[in-house]
Ligand binder design. Structure first.
Ligand code: 5AD
Ligand code: SF4
Length: 359
């Protein structure tokens, strides 16, 4: 037993809201991490395939109504070249990300890329993050070689969700949860996450977010602070929490996710690095074990403009690997190259499902 066992909703809320040092919390999270999945830091090479999106989330720089950015879609050949660069550097897991593009044509193009990966990048785990799709599209992507899917719920509160998403059938909190459950139940290694430090969000919302992620039983979590994006409605709000608070809450959320959900993978996100120098190391010290170096070609990087000041827009993949190497050395962690880094939680969940079905 330690002081962070039995984390009830009230206890989570109190820890998130407490002042003073959180070193004991981070130390407990690191201890849990060493138990499972261990001290390794795993890499996911990120390719931002397209910045087009049918949705209109009020905080996001890629929202449909934003007209002052150049929209692009990488060709299949460009995506493959970016993946090969990462593979040569020793990366064995890749994240293909885009805005939400529900047409069949885009899904089929991604399926073709996944098939190429199965044949040409042996041992690589392919992660997709392209929003809510029809179940048959998820199935096609899985059949074509997709292993993992990330679909952030953004917030577990239906009420808060309504504040940040237009009230139309495209933005349904209920449907998003259903999509996440479908992914989880159809064999995907499943990830979700939330935005931290949104205006109007309090510690109780975040405590509920942790309990939501635990209940959904995800294998991976990627959460980051809200970062203002000029020209989007949320950036105009007058109740955005200060940067220091958003960073502090993000680190506490990482630590609490590590303590409440043993064996999952947790990312130290680009948004955290953007708001906080040394954010990468701080995320690792709070219990994160995944970093996502960006492999998107330079000509498209600036157009994937989710929010203001996104870091490392100019670094090459090799330079980024060096930065990550140093972050691992400074935090006493092992950089795991040539290792896809499956979350132990997935194996356990699959075993439990099999036993449940047969027992
Ligand atoms: N700040 C931080 N993260 C953001 N995202 C979108 N807009 C912002 C922002 N302003 C995140 C969302 C989405 C992911 C692709 O980017 O959580 O799921
Ligand atoms: Fe599109 Fe995702 Fe941005 Fe929403 S958060 S507008 S779904 S890219």
């Amino acid at each position: 037993m330690n002081m962070f066992d039995n984390l009830s909703r009230e206890r989570l809320r109190d820890i998130l809201g407490a002042g003073g040092s959180h070193d004991a919390l981070f130390a407990a999270a690191r201890e849990a991490l060493l138990d499972e999945p261990g001290d390794g830091v795993y890499l996911r090479g990120l390719v931002e395939v397209s910045n087009r999106c049918v949705k209109n989330c009020l905080y996001c720089g890629l929202r449909r109504e934003r007209t002052d950015i150049r929209r692009y879609e990488m060709s299949g050949e460009e995506v493959k070249a970016a993946l090969e660069t990462g593979y040569r550097l020793g990366l064995r897991s890749f994240l293909l990300q885009s805005g939400e593009l529900p047409g069949k044509a885009f899904t089929e193009k991604m399926a073709g890329i996944l098939e190429w990966c199965s044949a040409n990048l042996p041992g690589a785990r392919m992660v997709l993050s392209m929003g809510e799709l029809a179940p048959e599209d998820y199935d096609l992507l899985r059949k074509s070689g997709g292993h993992r899917y990330l679909l952030r719920i953004e917030t577990s509160s239906a009420e808060l969700y309504r504040r940040f998403h237009p009230n139309d059938p495209l933005h349904s909190h209920f449907r998003r949860i259903r999509a996440l459950e479908y992914l989880r139940d159809s064999g995907w290694q499943t990830g979700t996450g939330v935005l931290i430090g949104l205006p109007g969000q309090n510690e109780s919302h975040l405590a509920d977010d942790l309990l939501f992620m635990k209940k959904i039983n995800v294998d991976m979590v990627g959460m980051g602070p809200y970062v203002e994006c000029p020209g989007t409605p949320v950036a105009e709000a007058d109740d955005i929490p200060p940067v220091e608070k958003r960073v502090a809450l993000t680190l506490r959320m990482i630590a609490l996710a590590r303590l409440t959900m043993p064996g999952i993978n947790i990312a130290a996100t680009t948004a955290l690095q953007t708001l906080c120098p040394g954010g990468l190391e701080k995320g690792l010290m709070a219990g994160a074990n995944v970093i996502m170096p960006n492999l998107t070609p330079g000509i498209y990087r600036e157009d994937y403009d989710l929010y203001d000041g996104k870091v490392r827009v100019h670094d090459s993949p090799g330079e980024m690997l060096e930065i990550i190497r140093r972050a691992c050395a400074r935090t006493g962690r092992r950089l795991m190259l040539n290792d896809p880094g499956d979350p132990p939680h997935y194996r356990t969940r699959m075993e439990e499902e099999r036993n449940g079905k047969h027992g």
